[in-house]
Design a binder for this molecule. Structure first.
Ligand SMILES: [Zn+2]
Length: 107
């Protein structure tokens, strides 16, 4: 069953814990089984890749998943990580909004 987190794919988030604390990035993927996220350019790890017919091999960098509890939604209007609330718009659409400035996160 699909779980629901406070963040979704394509959200802009700020890392609140760990070595990349304070950095922001876009959520690329959610790893449901492990409650983790792949965030663009966050928690990069170097991986040695063996040469193959398709690629030359060498050291590749890629994102390592981080736990969903280590990120917060980043509000561009507030320029900081914020708590979000949920509300229903007049047209019935459910959206998340920034509790600080009321800016709608889901556009
Ligand atoms: Zn805000």
């Amino acid at each position: 069953m699909e779980k629901h987190y406070h963040v979704k794919k394509n959200d802009l988030v700020m890392v609140t814990n760990g070595k990349d604390k304070g950095k922001t990035g876009k959520v690329l993927r959610i790893v449901q089984k492990k409650d983790r996220l792949i965030v663009e350019k966050i928690n990069m790890i170097k991986k040695h890749v063996k040469p193959s017919q398709k690629a030359k091999g060498g050291i590749m960098e890629r994102e390592n998943p981080i736990h969903v509890s280590n990120v917060m939604i980043y509000c561009e209007k507030c320029s900081k990580p914020v708590r979000v609330g949920k509300k229903v718009l007049e047209d019935g659409k459910k959206v998340r909004y920034c509790k600080k400035c009321d800016e709608v996160i889901d556009k």
